[in-house]
Write a protein that binds this ligand. Structure first.
Ligand SMILES: Cc1cc2nc3c(=O)[nH]c(=O)nc-3n(C[C@H](O)[C@H](O)[C@H](O)COP(=O)(O)O)c2cc1C
Length: 305
């Protein structure tokens, strides 16, 4: 029988009891999620992204099934960091796993303000969601290595929390962006977020989302996320990676570890089954037993042809 130590992993200096991380935006504030799911299946759970001031989000429809995956265009609806810290932050200490915050903003200064607020609320790490719109430049921070690095450096100077820089698979050159945020002080990268997508209802002839183009997630994006993890782990072997995208079973987690991720996010799969983390972890444990190995031994252990 394997012990839980075989499940332990680390993102640089940050220790995780299991390699699973409940992905941002798919477990709400984590507080309600904890009432239905066993949080101890996860080494950490990430609360929904928060900005410096309240964001209204987009009009419905904001979620739609699309083939084997899901489209979302929520627009990061949230109450802003001050209300968040008061309403949600105060409930986090009682939860049985590490809770991470996620910062979004239109400017590097806004990201830093949120990170400071998250820090004050007691989160154990902060994800910097660089895949949100950057109104000043009209694009996404995660597509621009210089802008992404500026946000990371500004947050780094404002908080001592460990920083995970969440990048986008839509980036032209994911290695270039990963390298820039690494140099700016990110403790790890999160690879990745949703892939731009769209869909249409052929009866109403309307787009599936009010915002038309949204984020595509779920099982079909797994190869895209694995490609990002592989490219970054090959180019920057010292930079820890949290792999996210399309995970629905223990086998997927093993694939991400082999590609070079040290921890693996579970996202869209929660919408079909909020308790799926426990099942995925059991499948990982079964693999470890069957192959007489451990999570840490599998990180980057893909064999060459
Ligand atoms: C409905 C929904 C909301 C999301 N909200 C956020 C968010 O607020 N911040 C963030 O960094 N990622 C957000 N994500 C992205 C997920 O954390 C994850 O990176 C992405 O969905 C890919 O993983 P998956 O295929 O396992 O879902 C959201 C995803 C979904 C499906």
């Amino acid at each position: 029988m394997k012990t839980r130590s075989d499940l332990a992993s680390r993102l640089g200096g940050y220790e995780l009891t299991t390699p699973l991380v409940a992905a941002c935006g798919t477990v709400g504030s984590v507080v309600d999620f904890a009432a239905v799911a066993d949080l101890t299946a996860y080494g950490a759970a990430v609360a929904k992204s928060v900005s410096g001031t309240p964001w209204k989000g987009r009009q419905p429809p904001r979620l739609a099934a699309a083939g084997e995956g899901m489209l979302n265009g929520i627009g990061i609806q949230n109450p802003g960091i001050d209300a968040w810290a008061e309403e949600i932050g105060t409930q986090l200490a009682a939860l049985p796993t590490d809770i991470w915050g996620s910062a979004v903003g239109h400017t590097a200064t806004e990201f830093a303000k949120v990170a400071v607020g998250l820090d004050g609320a007691g989160v154990k790490a902060v994800e910097i969601n660089l895949s949100c719109p950057n109104l000043e430049g009209g694009g996404m921070f995660a597509l621009d290595p210089v802008a992404a690095a500026d946000v990371v450096a500004t947050v780094k100077s404002a908080t001592e929390l460990p920083i995970g820089a969440k990048l986008s698979p839509n980036a032209q050159d994911i290695v270039e962006v990963a390298s820039a945020v690494d140099e700016a002080g990110a403790d790890w990268v999160v690879l990745g977020n949703t892939v731009w997508g769209a869909g249409f209802d052929i009866e109403t002839r309307r787009p599936l989302l009010s915002g038309i183009v949204g984020g595509y997630s779920g099982r079909p994006i797994k190869p895209i996320a694995l490609r990002c993890v592989w490219e970054v782990s090959q180019a920057l072997p010292k930079l820890p990676i949290l792999g996210v995208g399309g995970v629905g079973a223990g086998e997927d987690v093993i694939e991400f570890l082999l590609a070079g991720a040290s921890a693996v996010g579970v996202g869209t799969a929660h919408f079909a089954n909020p308790r799926i983390g426990t099942r995925i972890l059991k499948q990982v444990e079964r693999y470890l037993r069957g192959h007489k190995t451990s999570v840490s031994a599998l990180v980057g252990a893909a064999e060459p042809w």
